[in-house]
Design a protein around this ligand. Sequence first.
Ligand code: FE2
Length: 151
Amino acid sequence: MNIYLATLLPEALLVDLPEIDAQHEEIFNRIEWLKTACFDSGYVPIDEFQSLLDLFALHFATEERIADEAGLDFTHHAGVHGDTLRLLHRALGEVLSGGQDAHSFLRYAECWFERHIREDDRLFVAALQSGNYIPSRRQQTVASHCFSAQA
Ligand SMILES: [Fe+2]
């Protein structure tokens, strides 16, 4: 799959942690690509929907790793991640069985993610920054790779 879309993240959704902002943008890009693919052809590319859920899982694991490295209590936030992944997998199953349409699934995923960034991730990053959190070298490398790949 060849995905390239211009930056979709409005400034209000930037959390000022490059690795996380890059992942947020990649997920929004994937959702937008899937919307276009479904609208254009009426076909639901199941593998691409699954890969969207894989991106969510990777992103949640990244936040959980960063919180762990910083020694933050991430129990509640990680619980939200787990509940959401279960819900998204169940909803995707409904799409596959014809019980829910793909566009509703994508709109739900997009709205949920935007709210999660505004309400949960911003608090998480604020907690990191208040503790003088310094990203590890690995995080800096991953983040710069993501941004250079988009240039
Ligand atoms: Fe999160």
